[in-house]
Design a protein around this ligand. Structure first.
Ligand code: PBE
Length: 266
């Protein structure tokens, strides 16, 4: 037939938290519109391109990533200018979810204690440490290239999928990894997260990036999605990440529980 219902397409990047948030967005909208979750599409560049070209309509992103990786601007550019540049691409930024998920570097606690390492500026004294860094972090302007310059670090690095970094660290294959602040395994493994004593990293507040036509195409679903604003605290997000990674719960079940109770999976 000539008629076919427009589908709201949610997307996500390829790490646990993004899958969960992409699923929450899709399920929040699902009573109001046909929805689809295109899961784990790839890194930031790939998922943003999917949004720009209309393969997806909405996905969870982080403010620091929008500034530094997507718009490639430095810290001095005001938020209003960023909003304007996205609007020129037909993209809006909004619905702050309520938590910050910053990059940081972390080590096994016993190593950190033995070597007296508390902060990123202490790493320079220990050039023998082996760094295992996620592929995206290794390449990003707000990742290793800028970090190694700011702290004058010359360590050897190895690229790895973030999903296996914690195993590589706990098995002693590497000594330092990049972590995302809401990862469940930081606490599970009792890692020492190094203080960013030169204030290198920006904030990475979770928000939604969406095509500006979503409000017109899906007015009711859009209202349901907007109701997610400030609903997720960092501790809720850590608990949901733990439900997936430590308890093997499905993304769908975690998102369903969150929306049913307004509570993170316990
Ligand atoms: N992160 C941590 C962000 C940046 C900081 C991986 C969640 C991201 O761009 O996906």
């Amino acid at each position: 037939s000539a008629w076919s219902a427009d589908t709201l397409k949610s997307g996500s990047k390829r790490f646990t938290e993004s899958y969960i948030l992409g699923e929450i967005v899709a399920r929040a909208a699902a009573s109001h519109a046909p929805v689809e979750h295109r899961q784990g599409l790839g890194n930031t560049a790939i998922v943003f391109e999917a949004l720009r070209t209309g393969s997806i309509d909405i996905y969870p992103e982080y403010t620091g990533t929008i500034e530094r990786e997507i718009l490639k601007q430095d810290a001095s550019v005001p938020a209003e200018e960023a909003r304007g540049r996205l609007a020129e691409l037909g993209i809006g930024i909004g619905v702050p979810l309520g938590f910050n998920n910053s990059y940081a570097l972390a080590m096994r606690a016993d190593d950190a204690k033995r070597l007296g390492i508390r902060a990123l500026s202490d790493l320079g004294k220990h050039p023998q440490l082996r760094l295992g860094l996620s592929h995206e972090f290794l390449g990003r302007a707000d990742g290793w290239p800028g970090l190694s310059r700011r702290y004058a670090l010359g360590h050897s690095t190895r690229g790895m999928d973030h999903g296996i970094a914690y195993d590589a660290l706990s098995q002693g294959h590497v000594d330092v990894i990049d972590i995302y602040a809401t990862d469940a395994k930081i606490e599970q493994l009792g890692l020492r997260v190094l203080d960013d004593d030169l204030d290198y990293f920006p904030r990475y507040d979770a928000v939604l990036l969406y095509r500006l036509d979503v409000e017109r195409r899906f007015p009711e679903a859009w209202r349901a999605i907007q109701a997610l604003q400030n609903r997720i605290r960092a501790e809720d997000m850590i608990r949901m990440n733990a439900a997936a990674e430590l308890q093997g719960k499905s993304f769908a079940a975690i998102a369903g529980d969150f929306l049913a109770g307004g509570q993170a999976a316990a």
